[in-house]
Ligand binder design. Structure first.
Ligand SMILES: O=C(O)COP(=O)(O)O
Ligand SMILES: [Mg+2]
Length: 224
């Protein structure tokens, strides 16, 4: 019998592959300063990240004074994204074990995608700046599909672009959005415990939890 196809691997970005809080916080604080708002700390921003740029800006304004009016949010988000795109990788680093593990998985021939709510252009800029773009056949970012995670649409878009089926795919993320999006698409989901979760990761319903990124390798061994 022919071997089953290699597992397709879908990775969340912020809080899973990269520790991006320093640059997200810097860009957000520049925007807040322009709008005469107080600064946010990295732990505060960690609790706001994961639902895309617009929600991040919305939460940042709600936390620092009067909530932004809906009409202003598009402009403020555009300003935030343009500041952030100029500096996605100044203080952002892959988590320990990420580069060597991606290299290993890519050498084995796994089809690999990034599935993030970060705006697409900023995602590509960040992956290129950190020399990670080479490992991914597909990048689906915020705006690539009409709905974002936790909707399953971005996960389905990754599968389709990779030519993979849900039953032969694995998603690795750090948040409830990742688990819900993966499950909604029928994909197994592993959660890292070191990211930016908005609550206890053990309650998200992930199929497995890992404390270190390289444990993805053990999970894949078990799924063969
Ligand atoms: O909310 C964002 O901008 C990105 O978050 P994600 O990479 O964890 O999906
Ligand atoms: Mg994340």
């Amino acid at each position: 019998m022919a071997n089953p196809p290699l597992l397709a691997l879908l990775f969340d970005l912020d809080g899973t592959l990269v520790h991006s809080l320093p640059d997200l916080t810097l860009a957000l604080n520049r925007l807040l300063a322009e709008e005469d708002r107080r600064r946010l700390s990295e732990p505060e921003v960690a609790r706001m990240v994961g639902d895309g740029a617009r929600v991040l800006v919305e939460r940042a304004f709600a936390a620092t004074g009067a909530p932004a009016a809906d009409d202003d949010l598009d402009m403020l988000t555009g300003r935030f994204v343009s500041i952030y795109e100029g500096a996605t990788a100044h203080g952002t680093q892959p988590y320990p074990g990420v580069v060597s593990t991606l290299r290993d998985l890519s050498a084995r021939g796994h089809p690999m995608a990034v599935c993030t709510n970060k705006p697409y252009r900023a995602t590509v800029a960040l992956l290129e700046a950190l020399d990670l773009a080479r490992y991914f056949h597909v990048v689906i970012g915020g705006g690539s599909t009409p709905e974002r995670k936790p909707d399953p649409a971005p996960v389905r878009a990754c599968l389709e672009a990779l030519g993979a089926t849900a039953g032969r795919a694995l998603m690795v993320g750090d948040g409830l959005n990742d688990v819900l999006a993966a499950k909604g698409a029928g994909v197994t989901c592993v959660c890292v415990t070191y990211g930016y979760p908005h609550g206890p990761v053990e309650e998200f319903g992930a199929d497995a939890l890992i404390d270190r990124f390289e444990q993805v390798l053990e999970i894949i061994e078990k799924s063969v």
